[in-house]
Design a protein around this ligand. Sequence first.
Ligand SMILES: [Zn+2]
Length: 882
Amino acid sequence: MNKNSPKTIHLKDYTPPSHVIDRVGLDVTFHAEETAVSAHLAVRPNPDSPASEGPLELDGESLRLVRIAVDGKELAKGDYSTTDQKLTIHHPPARPFTLDISTLCSPKANTELSGLYLSNGIYCTQCEAEGFRRITYFLDRPDVLARFRVRIEAEKSEAPVLLANGNLIDSGDIAGTGRHFAVWEDPFPKPCYLFAMVGGNLAFVEDSFTTMSGRKIALRIYVEPGKEDRCGWAMESIKKSMAWDEQAFGREYDLDIFMIVAVSMFNMGAMENKGLNVFNDKYVLALPDSATDTDYSNIEAIIAHEYFHNWTGNRITCRDWFQLCLKEGLTVFRDQEFSSDVRSRAVKRIQDVRTLRAQQFPEDAGPLAHPVRPSSYIEINNFYTATVYEKGAEVVRMMKTLLGESVFRKAMDLYFTRYDGQAATIEDFVQCMSDASGRNLSQFFRWYEQAGTPELSVKSQWDKRSKTYVLKLTQRVPTTPGQPDKQPQHIPVAVGLVGPNGHDMALELDGEELLHESILELKAKSQTFRFKNIGSRPVPSINRGFSAPVKVTSDLTQKDLLFLMAHDSDPFNRWEAGQIIGKRLILDTMTKIKARRPVAEPKAYAAALSETLADRQADAQFKALMLNLPTEQDVASDIARNVDPQLIHNGRERLKQRIGRLMHSRLMQRWNATKITGPYSPDPASAGKRALRHASLALLAAADAKEGARLAMRHFRDARNMSDEIGALGVLIQLEEPERDEALQQYLDRHEDDHLLVDKWFALQAQMPTPEAAERVRSLMKHPRFNWQSPNRIRSLIGTFATFNSVGFNAPDGAGYRLLADVVLRLDKSNPQVAARLAASFRSYKALEGKRRRHAANALKSILEAPGLSRDTYEIVSRSLQ
Ligand SMILES: [Zn+2]
């Protein structure tokens, strides 16, 4: 390991800041090479800190110190010292004082995209988690809350628009120069990670929203000039989000103006800076001919997510970065609920569980597993993970399930009242849940502290004579790095018993009253639940609505599962039953392929899918989800060791082929019947129709590649919107047919001027499922359109390859792993955050069969041996190798 292993930070070492900063005045003069920042800080010793009489240590990175003064008096050389991480004032006054610090930073040289940088000529900032220290020296930690006032000055020709958080209180030209200024003031105290400023040549669209108390809020979306016509959907989404948060949580917006700025160079999806959200433009810009249905729903959900942070994150923030899920898990839960309310709840739940299984389950099962609230980190940017976000949301959802809808709302109200304006912890949040409900949630708290996906096994028995039905639930929480011994968790398991007539039976638990919403609370390692008056053998529907993020194994037969697929009143478990059958069939097909034995026709499964297609009650999007077989990742998660990704792919493709053949006429009929001829609308019903059409096409193509290519090409040529274009291309890239390259070329010719659509072109090619895919990706890295400075482009090509091309990334000769290692090392020098995220794509390598596992380990070692590795990449790679 490296000699200078970076320092690990532990939750248990938390101490309050030595000083409080009440007010921040910033004077900023934009300049690409040398931006001047003068900070005027009102500082006082923190009465709650034992270190308040000691030195004041401020964070700072990549700054040039010009001047420092206390109470207006410049400090002498011996009064302070600097390192590349800190500025220390040795003997600060033991009373309130002012601190003036002037520094220079270079937006142009900032390739890390953290702090102040240039995105396509626009000045913008990203301060979460620790970017503010790259703008000025500061106590860069979330529990230091200050009121900010910012004056920005710039050349009018270079940056005609100047924005910051809060409300605009002054602006004007500077006489006799080509310069101008703007002054922004944010009345709400905030941690510096929520600070933002933007300057550049930007156009905007404007609208307004009237809040429940009758205040009129100006809404603005800023984009590069010429893109104003692509903001309509984003603007609608802001208004929907504002209305929903009032209605669902009683939360009103608090400033006079709410702004979104869309930029093309951004390390993440979007950022909830107070009153001035900065977005990756991919999550703002949409027109029917440039955005897919998925883009539309992502834009709606991400705008909602960032907006909801105004209360969960901004008004109530995190005490320290270990509490990240306090704002993220809760806000993901809130945006999921929003999408469920404005779209189909059943479909949304299935999609969210698919995401959880695709991203969080593998993380939880590998060397990077960590609790929802981690207890240590080297680089906090590495913990913006599926565990903190997605599993964090599941934990909040479980508390809602345990408390019930109305008590949960009361608990949230209590949380908002009790902690408004403060930096809180997970304990504070859970205490509100406990206080509002009177429930003891101390065992439940383990969900925040124990990593690993709990495994739930279910055994059932019906006794005809006594009319008793017994469910025995047993839980096991697997060992994860640093946590060899696990305690039983408090798991809410929603259960229904489906009778032979297909209806839910009335539930009566032995010795107790009728169950509240049929939630079984599993707290011990093993528990038995007895139901009375069960006159005939039911089929149990376990973990309805995915009430707990666990892996369930049950003794259900294929016949039981087909029955649930047809009759379960819980749409999630209808889908889930189909997925379990699909997984079993894929595993069986893999065994047969390996043994060179014939594979049986999946007739019963195909018939059940056909019945679903014919169901008049179910919506089209649900049907499309039913037609999608379990992913290769789902199957790999189940196998868990000695995984051969190529064999999984072959098994799954073979099953798809069989189903496609068995259902051929129905799928053809569906593909023909779901064609929409009118103008494009992104509404869920139309989007569902298109999704069903694409799912049908994919199965037809699996059945017969030549026919599939022909149909997909027709689909592509007839496309009048981006959803259909990408839908057709998504099918074509799976096929080794001449139509594939023809369509890709046509697509590029048509869209080469639109960077978001060029991203899609790279992403499509990264998904071709062949062992030679790495070679193709390597040559695309030399394509004139590839750009090492653009995180979106890197993620489109290399991120997609490593995450969604299991066959290509896991090529048996290790070419995919070597490619990723090369990319990580190259990026680590310019953008370590993105490099480390890519390096996390190795997360499941320990589950692979021996040869691949060794290739992957060698690739990881080659990264770790490189000199001068960043903290970010070092942490991910060293943890992966442990
Ligand atoms: Zn967030």
